[in-house]
Design a protein around this ligand. Structure first.
Ligand code: HAM
Length: 459
């Protein structure tokens, strides 16, 4: 018996820290998830479909570090945003550097674009994609985790509205491929020329005493720190108040209005439906002009019971979102470079696919099983299995099991079409048994003809 591990705990009577022996399992942290093999099939499905589509549109894969300087996010995502002010995991490392675990990918990709002088690349605009984990210390609930994954696309160096429309189209193509019914919500939040004037008007509206007194506590803070976010408050009272508020689209400068109209025209041309959402502002500091989000089209509940179930499951929120950020590269120390991008939440897409009960084919599902009986036959079967792999057959085995019945049961569970059985007798005769798993019929074949017979059966 090994020694039990020691854990430090506080003695409740003396208040002193003591070491006690314990072998209690250590649970995973709140808001963290394990992806079990059954679920990893969905991951493979989503990422392989996404990469097929993304690459078709000329995006190249890129990687960025998990850890970055804290100041990267403070300067780009924004100090006042929920992500940076409340949700980021930060610490001072042993060199005394203030670092942060990435809560979103865009700042890292912008840093990488600048650091590697990507404006010099021969093919412009630069189209990058990234798939990976992010951490945000949010309140965990259905579809909201502290560690989650995104598929992130960014285009650097192009200001044409074609880019905004094409990004939205790429995301919609992926949703269609995954049979997800999604609504594109879109808005324009103007630029540094026209937005300040709008924000002034918005603040004047919200500062009226009869209105301010009815705002929720968060919105009272937003009024001082980030008035645009007043528009996307989900509190019922605040939703009512905003209906009378001045609207962004009415205050766009000519260039921003022209840009927005063109994005919508391209989407119309590409038969990509969208809904205008005048209250969509996004929660990050760097956006300008076009902003968009992808929301699942929830089916209307047929009964009170169904509504209750939907409420219990909770609205898991947007499947993705993004927009333009034409000033960020320069703000982060690079040349003036227009840019646009979006991020899609992988876990939320999986939840929706599961809700739709979409059947997912098991990748690498074997077609045949190799069973063996006796020590010499086992050795031959192991070599034979390697030959099957080299020739590209999808085969399964369990060479640690000696009992034939147990091996056939496993073959059944795996749903293979045929089991190839090698025993002492077959070895002596230079033959092999092939069992059709559906009919249970077994036939003897010359070992030399086994591949020919397999090809016939698996056709
Ligand atoms: P975001 O809206 O913060 O944007 O996140 C994009 C998507 O990530 C969300 O719509 C959601 O599907 C998923 N997501 C966010 N937080 C969580 C969470 N706690 N648990 C599960 N899923 C979550 C960005 O991150 C921007 N960087 C997107 C972007 C790229 N904008 C321009 N380029």
């Amino acid at each position: 018996m090994g020694r039990k591990p020691k854990d430090q705990t506080k003695n409740k009577t003396t208040g002193k820290k003591e070491f006690v022996r314990t072998n209690k399992p250590i649970p995973r942290l709140r808001g963290m998830r394990d992806v079990m093999p059954e679920e990893s099939r969905y991951w493979e499905l989503i990422t392989s479909k996404a990469e097929n589509i993304i690459k078709y549109y000329g995006f190249n894969k890129t990687e960025i570090p998990v850890l970055e300087n804290l100041s990267l996010y403070e300067r780009s995502t924004g100090k006042q945003t929920d992500i940076v002010s409340k949700e980021m995991y930060t610490f001072v490392d042993k060199d005394g550097d203030k670092v942060a675990i990435r809560p979103e990918a865009t700042p890292g990709l912008v840093r990488s674009y600048i650091e590697h002088g990507m404006f010099n690349l021969p093919v412009q605009p630069v189209k990058l994609y990234w798939i990976g984990n992010l951490l945000r210390r949010e309140k965990p609930q259905a579809g909201r985790y502290r560690q989650f994954s995104q598929i992130d696309l960014e285009i650097f160096g192009e200001e044409s509205p074609v880019v905004d429309a094409q990004l939205i189209l790429v995301a919609c193509n992926l949703f269609k491929d995954l049979q997800l019914n999604v609504e594109v919500q879109i808005n324009s939040i103007g630029c540094k020329e026209c937005r300040p004037e709008y924000v002034k008007k918005l603040t004047e509206y919200y500062k009226q005493r009869r209105i301010k007194s009815k705002l929720c506590e968060d919105c009272k803070k937003r009024l001082l720190k980030n008035p645009l976010r007043l528009l996307d408050c989900k509190e019922e009272g605040c939703e009512e108040i905003r209906q009378e508020a001045p609207q962004l689209v009415d205050h766009l400068c000519d260039a921003c209005r022209d840009h927005f109209v063109k994005v919508l025209e391209y989407l119309d041309e590409l038969d990509t439906p969208y809904s205008l959402n005048p209250y969509l502002v996004r929660g990050l500091d760097y956006y300008n002009r076009t902003v968009f989000e992808f929301w699942p089209n929830e089916s209307q509940p047929d009964s009170a019971e169904e509504e209750q179930i939907q409420n219990l499951q909770g609205r898991q929120g947007a499947l993705g979102g993004g927009g333009r950020y034409d000033d960020l590269v320069e703000h982060m120390g690079g040349r003036p470079t227009p840019a646009c991008g979006f991020g899609l939440g992988v876990e939320r897409m999986i939840l929706k696919i599961k809700e739709n009960n979409a059947l997912i084919a098991e990748p690498n599902k074997p077609d045949i099983f190799v069973a063996q009986l006796g020590d010499v036959a086992k050795r031959k079967a192991m070599v034979f299995f390697e030959e099957l792999r080299k020739r590209g057959y999808k085969a399964a085995q369990n060479f640690v099991k000696d009992n034939l019945k147990a091996q056939l049961e496993l073959a059944n569970k795996l749903g293979v079409k045929a089991t190839l059985i090698l025993g002492q007798k077959e070895l002596m005769d230079g033959t092999i048994l092939i069992r059709d798993m559906e009919s249970g019929m077994q036939e003897v074949y010359d070992f030399k003809k086994v591949f020919e017979e397999l090809d016939k059966r698996l056709k």
